[in-house]
Design a protein around this ligand. Structure first.
Ligand code: TYD
Length: 143
């Protein structure tokens, strides 16, 4: 069994939707993110998921350290969060809502709409050792 040391065990109640500014304009709306004003962590990396074939599931894992915010920049997707005791599904379909997920939460992304674009803002650079990819490992260390 993989050795996993969490810095802190979080629960799904620590996840939350952060509403970002939306500037209404007849020419088209505009939203933005400012590090200091909208973030509970320092952004070190941004990645995005796109061209997801119908029915595919992404991101079935937890992170030991990484905090993140997921935004459906375009289209929609569901994010299922799970702390080993409780589960909740957030349907993201607005580009001015970010779902904040702290470290130590199992999460899965599914139900991507055609042409959806999910942007993930992360508190860490990529490092594979931060992943817990086996659900049984996650449960073992989250009791
Ligand atoms: P992964 O995070 O496992 O994707 P998902 O959460 O959708 O299942 O990443 C898929 C692959 O991409 C994996 O081999 C690691 C690589 N990757 C990077 O190299 N850099 C990154 O910033 C990310 C997020 C993934």
């Amino acid at each position: 069994m993989e050795q996993v040391n969490f810095k802190k065990i979080n629960s799904i109640s620590d996840c939350k939707i952060i509403e970002l500014p939306k500037i209404h304009d007849p020419r088209g709306n505009l939203s933005f993110i400012e590090q200091e004003n909208h973030f509970p962590f320092i952004i070190k990396r941004v990645y995005w998921i796109y061209d997801v074939p119908g029915g595919q599931i992404r991101g079935g894992h937890a992170f030991k350290e990484q905090h993140e915010m997921i935004i459906a920049i375009s289209g929609s997707l569901d994010v299922v969060i799970d702390d080993g005791k409780n589960k909740k599904t957030y349907s993201l379909n607005r580009s001015y809502y970010g779902l904040y997920i702290p470290s130590g939460i199992w999460r899965q992304m599914e139900n991507f709409s055609t042409n959806s674009l999910a942007m993930v803002l992360s508190s860490t650079y990529f490092f594979e050792e931060d992943y817990i990819r086996e659900y049984q490992d996650y449960l073992m260390h989250n009791r």
